[in-house]
Design a protein around this ligand. Structure first.
Ligand code: DC
Length: 241
């Protein structure tokens, strides 16, 4: 696939488009969003977009240019840079940065870039364009149900205890669980308290606490929510609480 979540946005996107069917998955770092979004998309025959990778890609491009602390320059860069985020990985201006965007350096700087309103509005337009071109998809991030697709067909808010989220990151990439738990908590705080599009449980979202749940159990809970007789307007949690 690989179609570009990356082409600079052209015209403004209409707020709601009845023909675009989006499953929005939001939540804090390490809640299992990527694993679940990818598996759900495969089961439903939809494409999957990791919007965190887009913020990471802009951060990486800014670091390479030595401008990551200059918010105005980063905003300009976000308009110009070519990003391709897909199953193949992440290309930034045509160069493979799949590994680099996950580095500790990028992780340390990405919250600042993600708090930059000009960067956000550019990437939000690209995310809407990505979905319009496909008629929808499974899209994960922090503001997908609250800002990018408030009319999404299903809005999920995935969470898990801070300890479990840190343990998952350690299992993926190694490191000290106490340090990673502290770093995750700091990033959650920053992402939840920024003024533009903070991490929140969107209106109408279903909260799924994945602590102690297998991937299969989470997918089964989501598939139940997608059954036609389930009333998605009711705002209540499912799964382990
Ligand atoms: O999910 P992640 O850890 O790869 O996200 C990287 C950063 O980008 C994280 O600090 C939250 C931010 N982000 C955001 O602000 N909005 C999104 N839609 C996705 C990610």
């Amino acid at each position: 696939m690989s179609e570009h979540a990356g082409e600079p946005a052209a015209a403004a996107a209409p707020e709601a488009d009845a023909a675009v069917h989006v499953i929005a998955i939001d939540g804090p770092a390490g809640a299992g969003k990527s694993t679940i979004a990818r598996a759900l998309a495969a089961r439903l025959g939809l494409e999957y977009l990791d919007t965190g990778a887009m913020y990471r890609a802009v951060t990486y491009a800014a670091m390479r240019r030595g401008i990551v602390d200059d918010d105005a320059a980063v905003a300009g860069l976000a308009h110009e840079v070519t990003l391709e985020v897909g199953e193949h990985g992440v290309l930034v201006d045509g160069i493979d940065a799949t590994v680099e965007v996950r580095s500790a350096e990028v992780t340390r700087s990405v919250s600042r870039v993600a708090a930059n309103s000009a960067v956000r509005s550019e990437l939000v337009e690209r995310q809407r364009a990505w979905a319009r071109r496909r008629g929808g998809g499974v899209i994960e991030g922090r503001d997908i149900g609250s800002v990018v697709f408030p009319d999404a067909e299903l809005k999920l808010y995935l969470t898990a205890s801070p300890r479990v989220r840190a343990e998952r990151r350690v299992a993926e990439a190694g490191g000290d669980v106490d340090e990673i738990e502290a770093a995750i908590a700091a990033r959650d705080d920053y992402d939840s308290s920024r003024s533009d599009s903070p991490l929140v449980q969107a209106d109408g979202s279903r909260v799924l606490d994945t602590t102690g749940l297998s991937i299969e159990a989470v997918l089964a809970a989501i598939e139940r929510l997608l059954e036609p007789d389930v009333d998605l307007d009711v705002d209540r949690g499912v799964g382990a609480t």
